[in-house]
Design a protein around this ligand. Sequence first.
Ligand SMILES: [Zn+2]
Length: 386
Amino acid sequence: MFIISMISCEKCGNKDPRSLYQAYGHQICKQCLRFSGAVYAEDVRGFGYEESQTRIDVSLTVFQQDIADRICKAIMKSSVFLEAVCGAGKTEMLLPFLKQCFAGNQKVGWAIPRRQVVLELAQRLQRYFPAMKIVAVCEGFTQDLEGDLVLCTTHQLYRYRHQFDYLIIDEVDAFPFSNNPVLQAISEFCYRKQVIYMSATLDEGLRDKVNRSGFKHLYCPIRPTLELMHEPKEYRLFCWVNFILMLNYVRKRDHRVLVFVPTIESATRLSKWLRWPMITSQSTDKQERIDAFRADPRAVLISTTILERGVTFENVSVLVFKADHQVFNEASLIQIAGRIRRGMQSTKGEALFYTSSKQPAVIGCLTILSMANRSASIALAKFRQQ
Ligand SMILES: [Zn+2]
């Protein structure tokens, strides 16, 4: 008893009659069916906020504070795109905005591509705001859906129809959000006022959308250490020469090394051959492997692009073997290079790209990072003159 319906889907806005049905009084949308579940969040709010109860133990640099102030102001009128180099401390820049929302009893959603980052960030923000209810919603954590601030994976956004005043989408150009029009449409239905997109990498599609939709574009090229980004070195040589160079580098270094390879097959082959541990999307014990890498200051780990974002290790170098492979686009190379020298304590680490051919993605990555450093130098020089 299926009737073809002419109205649009309430969850994703789909208007295509070929994928919309009415069945037994319910609307069924084939486009977003897999994002439907039994439990939806109810709009509960108001746990009460007091400034005196915040426990924020990080201080913002003048550059972070400037961006933070501009977010608080801009968000009153328009959505915001926050472009900041990897390791610039985007989370910290949002703290004043969160305070402003809590004080005004505004509900915030924060969508993040990776489950592990949802859990870690929820813990960290709960420490900063012990009086507020901050809830993590992701696979394995879907019992409690309600809080003043909801951190969730993008796949969980379907539960929050028109519920957030503001929605933050972290790593907006990352999988699975970037190439999934259904998730993007669902996200549009989640918030009532404005959205904040964040990333270090702005692809063409995103640039278009941000311009078309009148987002306020804020840019921060400076990390909290006030040091310039370390620009990657490219070795464009025969593959076997690169391989020997890479082995030599790994043998001589005195800190951690992440070796990025393009495919799971190449990771498996290299790992068997060199007896180095590896991590791929198929590893069932990802967190254990990351923890083991973090625990050993001289560890080496082979990785596919799975670790290109959302992870921070102290004193780590990143080597990209076959960086000219099509798997590595401009954004992923920028993100990989952004893994080094993060945080205030991390002082060692280089990014080395091993290639055998000239690739626009590699050249684009090097150009963008050098432009970011130029902007940073200008801003730092102005600051030091003051
Ligand atoms: Zn739908």
